[in-house]
Write a protein that binds this ligand. Structure first.
Ligand code: SF4
Length: 320
């Protein structure tokens, strides 16, 4: 079973995206209320080594070379914040040199004030930056940041970075009901994004089981209002809604069950997609009961759907 690589999974931004998991669960600078990996167990702020970078690169390169025709992007989207990894630049550069695959990264932007992080991000063909809030109170409520982070500095650096970056720049704003979806905050976010040289601002909703049970996606009306406000500031061609579950096939690069476990480790999967995946690989659905019994996966209900999630013993989900 691959240790660092999962998928490819259908990604709403990056097509068939081979995930690269360069951070163990769950080390992050944030503990977002909607995080699909669960609450942050290890709040960190300083970049450091997590895994052996050559081991990670070797695994990724082998899998990419064997599956090149079914991968659109190799995406760093780990069980935490990918820029905490001090070897991120080395890994991204080496994988690109050895395979020529297009690379993307999904970051929460919190370490962008660090010059070495900005230099690493420039290696990627596409960068997605999180901007859930631009006012301090809302930022604290939704992202629950490490106490040493400063929102104003992060926002300023996002603008500067966007001007010096030559790849495809996305931003992502997750709308959580009654947390960051009031018109005033949305206007402020849109007005901030107007200063960012971006290709597209995505508005998304927490559609997978969140770290906190009380988290709900914004109502349709609020999403529409947000879309219109963003379009007013940025132009319709620069705004897109990411509010439905990914459609498309989950591919496998290993034996089917190992592949499934690698995917649900960072990417909770709706049960109907899990069934489809099992059917395509001629595996009986009762394998799920066995994996649940053995404590390897969990069955989580959220938003009217059942999801299969990998159980990480070090991560908790709040009960109420
Ligand atoms: S959503 Fe991303 S930034 Fe937020 S806590 Fe989870 S891993 Fe960290």
């Amino acid at each position: 079973m691959p240790k660092y690589v999962f998928g490819p999974v259908p990604s709403r931004r990056f097509g068939r995206s081979l995930g690269i998991n360069n951070i163990p669960p769950k080390h992050c600078t944030y503990s977002c209320v909607y995080c699909q990996v669960g609450r942050t167990s290890f709040f960190e702020y300083h970049r450091r080594k997590f895994y052996d970078p050559d081991e990670l690169v070797d695994e990724a390169v082998n899998i990419i070379i064997k599956n090149y025709n079914i991968i659109d992007y190799a995406t760093f989207v780990p069980d935490g914040e990918p820029t905490l990894d001090i070897n991120l630049g080395y890994e991204a550069e080496k994988i690109k040199n050895d395979t020529s695959v297009k690379e993307a990264i999904i970051t929460n932007s919190s370490l962008i004030c660090d010059n070495s992080v900005r230099e690493d991000l420039k290696i990627f063909d596409a960068v997605s930056l999180k901007v859930d809030a631009v006012t301090y109170e809302t930022w604290i409520k939704i992202n629950r940041p490490h106490h040493r982070l400063k929102l104003d500095n992060i926002l300023e650096e996002i603008i500067d970075f966007s001007k010096s970056y030559n790849g495809t720049l996305f931003t992502e704003t997750m709308l959580v009901k009654d947390v960051n979806d009031n018109i005033e905050e949305i206007e402020k976010i849109a007005s901030f994004l107007r200063k960012v040289k971006l290709n597209k601002a995505f508005i998304s909703l927490p559609i997978r089981p969140p770290a906190e049970k009380w988290v709900k996606p914004s109502d349709e009306e609020k999403v529409l209002i947000a879309y219109n406000i963003f379009a007013k500031y940025l132009g319709k061609e620069h705004v897109e809604l990411l509010i439905s579950y990914e459609s498309g096939d989950f591919y496998r690069v290993d034996d089917p069950i190992s592949s499934l476990l690698s995917i649900v480790s960072v990417h909770p999967m709706r049960i109907d997609y899990v069934y489809k995946f099992l059917d395509e690989n001629n595996i009986e659905h009762c394998i799920l009961d066995k994996l649940i019994e053995e404590g390897i996966i969990l069955n989580v209900k959220y938003g009217g759907y059942t999801f299969i999630v990998r159980k990480h013993p070090e991560i908790g989900r709040k009960k109420k």
